[in-house]
Design a binder for this molecule. Structure first.
Ligand code: NDP
Length: 374
């Protein structure tokens, strides 16, 4: 079967809060964005709509004083993106070629050519892969098992209850400390007798009277009922091999996140964990015309509202980038849509009033350029 070629000015990868906000902004700017998202796949942990699709009530997204269910919130985002004309394509991207513009994205049925690319492919919480952990109805995910204390910790099901946090890094310390605001007691179950977390986070957790540590221990299984959610876990002492049933009302898995950046390895700059690097106060990656927003470039805040914020930024960055691309005129001149002439070597732009400024990619994006014009 011949592949269909789609040519677009703005292509967005990912349909979480970042990708859909980028779509809303790009669509409202008449850029006819194409948003590509992966189909739902339990094994690959992909869900159109992103991580909020596996969250229950979201109480901290501004504008919803009574709270809103994660999937319902994403449905609203999506409707808003659709309303302004975002085109959706649900398919797996098998390969991307960012060596030159237009960038090329390959799927089973399409070759997508993109003048600008906004990457909002998110990050996935790492899971233990134990019985009882999967999402409802297969396990207690969303009904007592969570990977986000900020999202789920304040829910009534966890208030004044005994909770288990799994992990020994900064995320686990942060989650455990946060959960003590609501829980009766928080047990941190860690597979070694030493934490990986930074000293300051460790000390904060050690000082907290509501937190206790269970060392050299793995969680082998999560138990519960559909009505009550989680009721306990099977703990496994890795030194003695002894197993015990430990009653608790919730399990927070905090063993790290994995940014979804496999496709871009070797092409885009990433940190040692794989988060995409963006430059300064912008969403620009190391390749001009490629922008990254949301959890795929944020290992620190990881909130829906911050993802939406950077999604907005990336659409504005893409719009400005496109505005400054040269357009060929019938007389052979190349001008930008703001009426500026491009020098033949494309290295400089001459404004209508005769000023010349650089057209080098690094300054063609974001604020630096607008500042250099002033
Ligand atoms: P880390 O990779 O630092 O820690 C993961 C923890 O989970 C480790 O203790 C690890 O154990 C444990 N773990 C991993 N896999 C398993 C498994 N299969 N079973 C049981 N335990 C497992 O991830 P974090 O998310 O904690 O931190 C990621 C980065 O984000 C770090 O750089 C951190 O500093 C940063 N961060 C910063 C925060 C802040 O400054 N406020 C808050 C949160 C994160 P082991 O130690 O044995 O390998």
């Amino acid at each position: 079967m011949d592949k269909q070629t789609l040519k677009r000015d703005v292509v967005i990868i990912g349909s979480g809060p970042a990708g859909l906000t980028a779509a809303i902004y790009a669509a409202r700017a008449n850029l006819n964005p194409l948003l590509i998202d992966a189909p739902a796949d339990a094994e690959k942990q992909t869900t159109p709509g992103g991580q909020l699709m596996i969250t229950t009530e979201v109480e901290n997204y501004p504008g919803f004083p009574q709270g809103i269910q994660g999937p319902a919130l994403m449905e609203e985002f999506r409707k808003q993106a659709e309303r302004f004309g975002t085109e959706f394509l649900e398919t797996w991207i098998t390969e991307v070629d960012l060596t030159e513009r237009p960038f090329l994205l390959y799927t089973a049925g399409h070759t997508v050519s993109a003048q600008t690319l906004i990457i909002a492919s998110g990050a996935s919480a790492k899971w233990l892969g134990i019985p009882g952990e999967a999402k409802v109805p297969y396990g207690f995910g969303g009904n007592g098992v969570s990977a986000c204390a900020t999202c789920d910790g304040p829910l009534p099901a966890f208030r004044n209850k005994t909770l288990v946090v799994v992990g020994g890094g900064d995320t686990a310390m942060e989650e455990a400390t946060f959960l003590t605001r609501y829980a009766k007691k928080v047990y941190v179950v860690h597979r070694r007798d030493k934490l990986r977390a930074s000293k300051i986070m460790q000390e904060k957790a050690f000082r907290n009277e509501k937190i206790e540590f269970i060392w050299n221990t793995a969680v082998d299984e999560i138990f519960g009922t559909p009505e009550d959610g989680v009721t306990g876990v099977k703990l496994h002492n890795l030194q003695t091999n002894e197993t015990t049933i430990f009653p608790c009302a919730g399990v927070f898995v905090a063993i790290g996140h994995k940014p979804n950046t496999e496709l871009f390895k070797g092409q885009l700059e990433m940190d040692e964990v794989g988060y995409l690097k963006t430059s300064g106060h912008s969403t620009a990656t190391n390749i001009p015309g490629v922008f990254a927003c949301g959890d795929v470039q944020d290992s620190v805040y990881r909130q829906a509202v911050t993802a939406a914020g950077t999604g907005c930024m990336s659409a504005l960055d893409a719009e400005r980038f496109l505005d400054h691309l040269p357009v060929a005129m019938p007389d052979g001149d190349e001008i930008t849509i703001e009426g500026e002439h491009i020098t033949p070597d494309h290295k400089a732009i001459i404004t209508a009033d005769g000023h010349m400024f650089s057209n080098e990619p690094e300054v063609a994006v974001g604020e630096e350029q607008s500042q250099s014009r002033e």
